[in-house]
Design a protein around this ligand. Structure first.
Ligand code: 4AD
Ligand code: MG
Length: 436
């Protein structure tokens, strides 16, 4: 078909409207379903806003072409809007003309495909109604997060993704040749946000983070979207309260404004609407005791595995906070807590999503005094060269500060009640998948 630059195009959702009834409209999109007999052809047309049934009767000029289309062909249709209570959505198009941009080959995604096949065909599967719902609701959630930060007067910034300083330990760094040096894909934008606060005080970013995770689990991606915030003058307690308020805001708003789609996901919107701060808070030590009481194998000083997080959250309806983890399992930038406990802990917290979902946030107060930072870099055997600029921040007007990082896809897994993290993002990247 020739490119058409004259036509005024309508959107499907907008033509499903009493004011449009009897009017001629021009629609374009993809064939969602088709069925024809000798006398009539039905095409369900899909665009980014919705679907609508178009009916071509035998006497319509487009009848032959309409009878000859295939699923997922790209087409345009001219026709009249009619109200019809039997039609899905209450309106349909009485088709007059139809033309193909491209007639699709036999669409490879059919009934009951395997998960592996669907992952290989992800570029085609994106148009399924299931993924479309996820993509649109994901977009909403990101909107709510941004809204929250705007209300709190935070500045959104864009840190670099190519770095030379690891944040969360060497084992999950992706390194690559950067001309004649080695560089990494960032694991977290935290260190750069710590620089941004000396300019803008309260900042956040939504950016990819990369982890060379060797784990094949339902919650690990190698490339994920990371919402990180950093706040000047905040102490650990302020940090935790902020996270609780943020999660509650987003969950409430999602529950209030997206009831239908949440129900399609199997998520009761009421559960999200009821989430409110403060959350249940446990110290790491209390969490260990609880796990031991439940009969799980874990000793003080060990990090939680998926099983432990599951046990801690399975019967919860709201997220929980776990604070003050042992120093030896946390990175160099976390300050020591008051030594009230027999072993050394640091001022930090995780937030675990309920119903067994587990960790969605990691955050902490940051060491802001030069001497203390130098000592921790020393203790953790960190090569200081790449961190010179970060150390500098403690030399020129350092201030107390805190921050956190939230994994977008893990949060969506919980909010959308998904079984696997790959269901929350368009093109998931995992240990065994970089295609398509
Ligand atoms: O707990 P993490 O490693 O903390 C940090 O990176 C801090 N520097 C953040 C900060 O304070 N600015 O990661 C934060 C969150 C986790 O709680 C989890 O939700 C998510 O990032 N995350 C992952 N999500 C998907 N796939 C992975 N492989 C992830 N690793 C971490
Ligand atoms: Mg963590």
């Amino acid at each position: 078909m020739a490119k058409d630059t004259e036509t005024e195009w309508d959107k499907i959702e907008e033509v499903k409207n009493d004011e449009k009834v009897g009017k001629e409209v021009n629609l374009r999109g993809w064939v969602y379903r088709e069925r024809s007999t000798a006398k009539v052809a039905f095409i369900t047309l899909r665009d980014s806003t919705g679907i609508i049934q178009c009916v071509f009767k035998e006497d319509s000029p487009g009848f032959r072409e309409a009878s000859n289309t295939k699923i997922e062909s790209s087409i345009s249709i001219k026709g009249k809007v009619e109200k019809d209570d039997r039609a899905p959505g209450g309106y349909e198009i009485k088709g007059k003309e139809i033309s193909h941009y491209q007639k699709s080959e036999k669409f490879p995604i059919t009934q009951d495909p395997s998960t592996e096949f669907l992952m290989d065909a992800r570029h085609l599967w994106l148009r399924s109604s299931k993924i479309r719902k996820v993509l649109r609701t994901r977009e909403k959630v990101l909107e709510y997060f941004r809204e929250f930060f705007k209300e709190k007067n935070f500045h959104e910034v864009q840190p670099p993704l190519i770095t030379q300083a690891g944040v969360e330990g060497g084992s999950t760094l992706f390194d690559f040749e950067y001309f004649d040096e080695t560089a990494y894909l960032t694991q977290s934008s935290q260190l750069y946000l710590e620089a941004f606060i000396t300019s803008l005080e309260n900042v956040y970013c939504i950016a990819p983070s990369f982890r060379a995770e060797k784990s094949r689990t339902s919650k690990h991606l190698t490339e994920y979207w990371h919402l990180e915030a950093e706040m000047a003058w905040y102490e650990n307690q302020d940090n935790i309260e902020f996270q609780e308020e943020m999660i509650s805001y987003v969950a409430n708003k999602l529950g209030e404004e997206n009831q239908k789609v949440l129900k399609d996901f199997g998520r009761d919107p009421e559960v999200l609407k009821r989430i409110e701060p403060p959350f249940k808070r446990l110290s790491y030590t209390e969490a260990i005791e609880e796990l031991q009481e439940q009969g799980l194998k874990i000793e003080w000083g060990e990090d939680f595995g998926a099983g432990h997080e599951k046990a801690l959250t399975e019967n919860e309806k709201e997220p929980i906070v776990i604070y003050n983890f042992p120093k030896k399992i946390k990175p160099f930038y976390m300050p020591e807590a008051e030594k009230s406990e027999e072993e050394e802990t640091v001022l930090c917290n995780d937030i675990l999503a309920p119903e067994g979902y587990g960790e969605i946030i990691g955050g902490s107060e940051r060491i802001w005094e030069l001497e203390e930072l130098m000592k921790r870099l020393e203790e953790t055997g960190t090569d200081k060269e790449a961190y010179e600029w970060y150390i500098d921040l403690r030399r020129y007007g350092s201030v107390p500060h805190s921050g956190f990082g939230l994994g977008i896809e893990r949060t969506l897994s919980w909010l959308f009640k998904r079984d696997h993290i790959r269901e929350t993002i368009g093109f998931p990247r995992t240990i065994n998948r970089v295609y398509p």
